[in-house]
Design a protein around this ligand. Sequence first.
Ligand code: AP5
Length: 213
Amino acid sequence: MNIILLGPPGAGKGTQAQFLVEALGMVQLSTGDMLREAKDSGTEMGKLVADVMSRGDLVTDEIVIGLIKEKLDGEKGAGFIFDGFPRTLAQADALGKLLNDCDIKLDSVIEIQVDDKALIKRIAGRSTCGGCGQVYHDETKPWPSDGKCSSCGSADVKRRADDNEESLKQRLMEYYKKTSPLLGYYFAKGNLVSINGLLSMEEVRDSLKKVLS
Ligand code: AP5
């Protein structure tokens, strides 16, 4: 199975992608994670995108399409989860071409629906493990009381630089202006399935599993 997880910032794309990686051995391709990695390791591209990301704007199509192309050429597994890509119509067209060239079929585009108020709460409480990228939340999935990540044992708790009110407003604006048109695009192609992202993490995971089976 090859799927796209679509949804606004904080909808739970990364959380659900992690479930699918663990349960089904799928390969998560998160452009956000790839860009943060480039930023943290101080590459030229990372320096170029750092300000754009912290403002909450989108990075250029050229950069993210290049990142995905590189991964598609190298990765193998029980299917790809595109997490946070595509985010513009140009990226969606480019992904269609890349998949066609690699003879990969896109099975579903799954929209995780969450209202804006819940998104703000989710973003404000989010932390991530610096060791393995496991996503936590102060209320719904707190960091373990022994101070160590339940997945890898690291004690490195990270908060994202763009998880603040101002950047979030801009990220939401970018989503509604540039990414939400993809819902119509994939509906017209016959790929779109929407699930309720306001349920608990486990319930959302079960809805996803149903779609995949
Ligand atoms: P990116 O990293 O993709 O961020 P995003 O789309 O804003 O999404 P998030 O990672 O914030 O949220 P998520 O949906 O994964 O939610 P999560 O599972 O963490 O992109 C960052 C930046 O990179 C962009 O702003 C842009 O600059 C750039 N970029 C990336 N891709 C790009 C592209 N293709 N083109 C151009 N630029 C690009 O969950 C959030 C919180 O909620 C967590 O704490 C979690 O524990 C909690 N939670 C999750 N599910 C539930 C639930 N069901 N109930 C209660 N709590 C929950």
